[in-house]
Structure formats: structure tokens, C-alpha cells
Design a protein around this ligand. Structure first.
Ligand code: PAF
Length: 283
């Protein structure tokens, strides 16, 4: 496995693979890798001759007061996991090489970026779309892999790729969960043992919403109410949003629900912000 930090070296590496007719799969990450990331690597490994993982904690997607400086950076462990999973190249650029002095160009995906995560994290999607487009230019892979846990991020990236004619295929992979249902996230490492024990209530709340749908509720308010009631049983959570939205537009879902809608939530557990979502009707 090779590691490079200079964008021009990374780009040269990808282009050389493609000259040899090797398909390149890209897994963009901020490091602190877990099974969710590794499932993306395995999907890439399955589809492509070469797999690249980028590790970059992107300052542009953090708002002031968020965890940019404390975000976990277990570099050695990440590299070992990549090696073990058969990754061919790890791209770990420096901040100053991704955002050159005087940097002033940002990508804003209108509409999709406004609600849910966008409403609570003002810089988030602008930062994500900007860094992902940079990565797609530096690493012009054939396919890029994103997890469904960040469903709105996935939709924003898909929209950007379509709107800006970026020649890369976007593949979505299922959310990977702990045995108790908690969606895997690098931020789960922040949870105290007590918070970790309470954390699965977020997923259980989503499942309560799904059960309401499966029992015949077709009004979004009835489904979200069932989910909120379940979450309220766990007092430690401070809810930011729990909404039923159209899976493509992320606009509020309308009755009658079809089952294709997403039930999406974000909540604080102590100082840790967790997000999760499920499709109302599985599959
Ligand atoms: O999902 C993430 O880890 C990040 O938002 C991404 C896509 C790597 C961009 O920084």
C-alpha cells in the first residue's frame, strides 16, 4: 500500500492506473475508520481493480464551536486497517494543499442543502460539496462510495455530480450498525459508557416510526410522533430534528406515505451529536 500527501502525486497515481485500464474506486473519509468505512472499501474492492482511500478532516464542513480540532485522528490505526483491507493508495493531504492561500471558491448545492443537517450545521454541505469536488478532481476515480447513514450528504453529492457533469459514478452502501442497532460513526468514540448504553434509543425511535407505518399510519405526523415518543423515553437525548422526508428531495413527506420516504434524525447525547435515518419500508 502506498501513501501520498501531494495532490499532484495522487492524481498521477490514479491516471496511471486508468492508463493500464484498471478501474479505480475512491472512498472519501475523514479517518477514524470503522466498519462502516471498511464496508465501503470492500464494495470498492469488489468492483474495481484499485482502491483509494482519502483521509482528510475537512475544516470547511465544520462550523465554529464544532469538533474540528478534537475530531479523532488515529493515523496509525487507520493505515493498518487500510493495509489489512487491501487498499492500494491512501491520500492524506495537508490542509494547506487542499485550501491554498486566498482560497475563495465554494460549491453550494441549493435546495437539498437547506433542511435537516443544513438547517442545524450552516457550513456543512457547502464544505462537503467543495471538498468532495476537489477530491474528485485530484483523484479522478471511476466510482466513489458513500454510506447511506449520511443520506442527505449522499443526495447532495449525487446532485452536484449530475449538475456539474463530473464523470464519476456514485455508489451508495448500507448503514453499518452495532449489534444493538447504533449506526457506526467515528463520533461514537466520544460517548461515555452510560451514553453508549443509551445511544441505541435513537435507532429504536426510528424503528418505532417504521412500525407505525407498517401498522397502517400514512400520515407523516403520526409516524414521527411514534418515533419521538420512543426517543422521549431516553431522557439523555436532546432532539434536534426527527422528520419524515422525501428520499430524493429531502422536502417534508406528504400523506399518504408510500414507504419510500426516509425517517431522519439528529440528536445530542451529552456533547456528542448523533445522526441516523431509515427508509420507512425496508428495501
Ligand atoms: O462523510 C464524510 O466522512 C465526509 O463528509 C466526507 C465525505 C469525507 C467529506 O469530507
Amino acid at each position: 500500500m502506498e501513501t501520498v500527501s501531494r495532490p499532484e502525486d495522487a492524481r498521477y497515481w490514479v491516471l496511471a492506473c486508468q492508463d493500464r485500464k484498471e478501474r479505480v474506486g475512491l472512498v472519501p473519509t475523514m479517518g477514524a475508520l470503522h466498519e462502516g468505512h471498511l464496508s465501503l472499501v470492500r464494495a470498492a474492492r469488489n468492483d474495481c481493480e484499485r482502491v483509494v482511500v482519502s483521509i482528510f478532516v475537512n475544516p470547511a464542513q465544520f462550523s465554529p464551536g464544532e469538533d474540528l480540532e478534537t475530531y479523532p485522528r488515529p493515523r496509525q490505526r487507520d493505515l493498518e486497517l487500510c493495509e489489512r483491507e487491501g487498499v492500494d493508495l491512501v491520500f492524506e493531504p495537508l490542509r494547506g494543499d487542499m485550501y491554498l492561500p486566498g482560497h475563495s471558491t465554494y460549491v453550494h448545492v441549493e435546495g437539498l442543502s437547506a433542511g435537516l443537517e443544513g438547517a442545524h450545521r450552516p457550513n456543512f454541505f457547502r464544505g462537503v460539496a467543495t471538498v468532495v469536488l476537489k477530491l474528485f478532481h485530484i483523484l479522478p476515480a471511476d466510482v466513489a462510495y458513500f454510506g447511506r447513514k449520511d443520506a442527505q450528504q449522499l443526495a447532495v453529492v449525487r446532485r452536484m455530480v449530475q449538475d456539474l457533469f463530473v464523470p464519476i459514478e456514485i455508489k451508495a452502501c448500507p448503514t453499518v450498525r452495532e449489534p444493538d442497532g447504533l449506526a457506526m460513526s467515528s463520533r461514537n468514540a466520544y460517548l461515555s459508557p452510560e451514553e453508549r448504553a443509551a445511544a441505541p434509543a435513537l435507532y429504536q425511535a426510528l424503528m418505532a416510526g417504521r412500525r407505525a407505518f407498517l401498522s397502517g399510519a400514512r400520515d407523516p405526523a403520526a409516524v414521527t410522533e411514534a418515533a419521538r415518543r420512543r426517543l422521549a423515553e431516553e431522557e439523555r437525548f436532546l432532539l434536534q430534528y426527527l422528520e419524515c422526508v422525501d428520499a430524493e428531495t429531502f422536502q417534508p413527506a406528504v400523506a399518504p406515505l408510500s414507504g419510500r420516504e426516509l425517517l431522519a434524525t439528529a440528536a445530542f447525547l451529552g456533547s456528542t451529536r448523533l445522526i441516523d435515518n431509515i427508509q420507512l419500508q425496508e428495501g
